[in-house]
Design a binder for this molecule. Structure first.
Ligand SMILES: N[C@@H](CCC(=O)N[C@@H](CS)C(=O)NCC(=O)O)C(=O)O
Length: 192
């Protein structure tokens, strides 16, 4: 299996963590790719030109983080996915989308993007998602899966790229983040 990824992508980190947690560390070849340059390997694997892409042992190139995570979860014989896990995964993906959208808009359009209609919507969504996640007891489950990894990576990405977004008043999130970041899969894939 190959994973096309870059070091700063929260999407790609989630896919990588899910692969490691499912026990595929040895089988996984990391292919470092930059979607912002014309990378022929990435373009061939995914015309949408985004990381992550997982190329399966059968040679099928799978895009979209959630689909990659579901595939890896099933391949690793993970538990049947309860609706609460899917709900959590949606919130986690939403957190990453709002955070990454903010970062990339600032990078390409400047800080004023935050005051645009879309920028303001993203920041408001971030606040609401953090509050909703803090009320979500599925975060406290002992048996974690990609739904938890999405949230943990999303929170870590906030610290990495948007440190001014303060979520320290959300005690469940603070506990959860500390617990998840201690896992070897997350420790080994830190943003840099
Ligand atoms: N919906 C995609 C989003 C992936 C994504 O946006 N990845 C970023 C890196 S963090 C990227 O490759 N961006 C390049 C681009 O938007 O052209 C997913 O869930 O995998």
């Amino acid at each position: 299996m190959q994973l096309l990824l870059n070091q700063t992508s929260p999407y790609a980190r989630t896919a990588r963590v899910t692969a490691l947690e499912a026990g595929f560390g040895e089988r996984l070849t990391l292919v470092w790719s930059d979607p912002w340059k014309e990378d022929p390997a990435l373009l061939a694997a995914h015309p949408g030109n985004k990381v992550p892409v997982l190329i399966t042992d059968e040679g099928i190139a799978l895009s979209e983080t959630l689909l990659i995570c579901i595939y890896l979860h099933q391949l690793g014989a993970g538990n049947p996915l309860a609706i609460e896990r899917l709900q959590l995964a949606g919130l986690g993906q939403g957190l990453i989308d709002a955070a990454f959208g903010t970062v990339i808009a600032r990078k390409h359009g400047g800080a004023a993007q935050d005051d645009s209609v879309l920028g303001a919507r993203r920041l408001a969504a971030l606040d609401r998602l953090l509050a909703r996640l803090n009320e979500t007891s599925t975060l406290d489950a002992e048996d974690v899966d990609f739904s938890h990894f999405l949230v943990a990576v999303g929170l870590d990405y906030l610290g990495f790229r948007l440190p001014e977004v303060d979520w320290s008043a959300h005690p469940r999130l603070v506990r959860f983040h500390r617990r998840l970041l201690a896992r070897p899969s997350l420790a080994a894939t830190s943003f840099q």
